[in-house]
Design a protein around this ligand. Structure first.
Ligand SMILES: *Cc1c(COP(=O)(O)O)cnc(C)c1O
Length: 433
């Protein structure tokens, strides 16, 4: 054990050994895109955003990453040390599922449920908390749907010595208290959204006192509080380029894990809410397709109840209801879209990451929409064959991959992004059963 002096800042490495298979760099697809992604626009002027527009909300290091076209971005040693607590995450052969399906295909899943929060979200939460702590931020604000992001950011803030204040979509706040208990255990403070603590929340409540809330509303509240407090910044758990960048550790590891057993993926399935776990797993594969002529296919799997990629328009839209956030070119159902309160709370966002949307337009990936019943049925089959209960979000990728494997006639290699485990979402399974 290394002795750590109490006065040593939490952002300093402790010197603990990190497994060499934890990546040293994040991968940025922007470096390999045949056409650049359309820029984010200022909500007032509709001109491309400058760093000064984002400075009230984000630390400079993340603003630079947001517009970076560098292919490899070094991961700070402190972040690698924290990743090393659960990374590399396992790549597991789903041999028992293969047998249950009677498929000639080989199925692997990259399992992000081993993180302390139970999903991929800490991969970016830790990085965002780190850069904020280094630049002197005292508090981070954010929104959360089902609560995974709020729990992940609370976890990261506790590790790096920041306060964390979370606005949680009212429908989930009322029906899914366990994530809130997780946030509070890590020292986070969680409010139901819309709340009467912000101007945007009060305006929404005045117009519709009984609203169940939406991620777009919660974002408005969290952004408003961060923008007004010089010591606070805002953190987003998906959608933005720097979030996708941090998540690339998933795919970098998966590529190496497949290489090390002489495998190469023919097709990769990931679930898509805002697009971060999908991009994290698949962009390193797409980059290799673009650079080396590999031919791995990528399928984004979204809920039929919130189908931004398969049904949304590709246009500039706001990320939030109040229109405080920049305009992003993305597949969107419209900022005022309030999805039905489906179980897969993490997939209820009205838009999609601009870089994922752009990749779909360029034909670098495809998309499919999965009905909720099919997703849960697949999740239960997966759990009974493999032992892991997938997060309700992840079951969308599982369902699409299982349908593909059932129809397979050759020994192709399938990779599933298992973005999280469902142990805190068992009520959703119970409702289905
Ligand atoms: C939040 C979440 C998602 C959806 O978010 P993305 O940004 O699309 O990855 C998917 N799976 C799990 C387990 C989540 O917690």
């Amino acid at each position: 054990m290394t002795e750590i002096a109490a006065s040593q800042p939490l952002t300093e490495p402790t010197g603990t050994a990190v497994p060499s298979s934890v990546p040293t760099h994040w991968y940025n697809l922007a470096a390999d895109l045949p056409e650049p992604c359309p820029p984010a626009l200022h909500p007032g002027t509709r001109e491309p955003l400058g760093p000064e527009d984002l400075a009230p909300l984000f630390p400079m290091a993340l603003i630079e990453q947001e517009v970076s076209t560098e292919r490899w971005v070094e991961i700070p040693q402190t972040v690698r040390e924290i990743y090393g607590r659960w990374r590399p995450s396992p790549l597991i052969r789903a041999d028992r599922l293969e047998r249950a399906l009677g498929t000639p295909a080989r199925i692997y899943y990259k399992y992000e449920g081993v993180s302390p929060a139970g999903s991929h979200k800490p991969n970016t939460a830790v990085a965002q908390a780190y850069y904020n702590a280094v630049e002197g931020t005292r508090k981070l604000t954010t929104e959360t749907g089902a609560g995974q992001w709020g729990a992940s950011l609370s976890l990261a803030c506790s590790l790096l010595g920041l306060e964390c204040e979370v606005w949680q979509v009212r429908a989930s706040y009322d029906s899914k208290p366990y994530r809130r208990f997780q946030m509070e255990t890590y020292g986070g403070v969680c409010h139901p959204s819309p709340s009467d603590l912000t101007e945007s929340g009060r305006a929404i409540l005045a117009a519709d006192p009984d609203t169940t809330g939406s991620l777009g509303m919660a974002i408005s509240e969290a952004v408003e509080v961060a923008a007004q407090d010089p010591e606070a910044h805002y953190a987003l758990g998906s959608v933005l380029n720097h979030v996708l960048l941090h998540q690339s550790v998933i795919g970098i590891e998966a590529l190496e894990q497949l290489d090390s057993i002489g495998e190469s993926a023919d097709i990769v399935f990931g679930c898509a809410g805002g697009g971060s776990n999908l991009a994290g797993l698949t962009f390193p594969f797409i980059g290799r397709n673009l650079r080396d002529g590999a031919t791995t296919r990528v399928v984004a799997c979204e809920p039929a109840a919130c189908p931004s990629l398969t049904q949304g328009e590709y246009r500039y839209d706001h990320g939030d209801v109040a229109g405080l956030t920049p305009l992003l070119k993305m597949h969107t159902l419209g900022k005022d879209f309030v999805p039905p309160p489906i179980h897969a709370g993490g997939l209820r966002y009205h838009g999609m990451a601009p870089m994922v949307s752009h990749a779909l337009e360029l034909g670098l990936l495809s998309a499919t929409a999965i009905e909720q019943d099919d997703a849960f049925r697949a999740g239960i089959e997966f759990a009974r064959a493999e032992g892991i209960i997938p997060a309700p979000e992840s079951t969308h990728a599982v369902a699409a991959a299982m349908a593909h494997a059932r129809a397979a006639t050759t020994d192709e290699t399938i990779v599933i992004g298992l973005s999280g485990n469902g142990v805190l979402d068992l009520v959703a399974y119970e409702d289905y059963l």
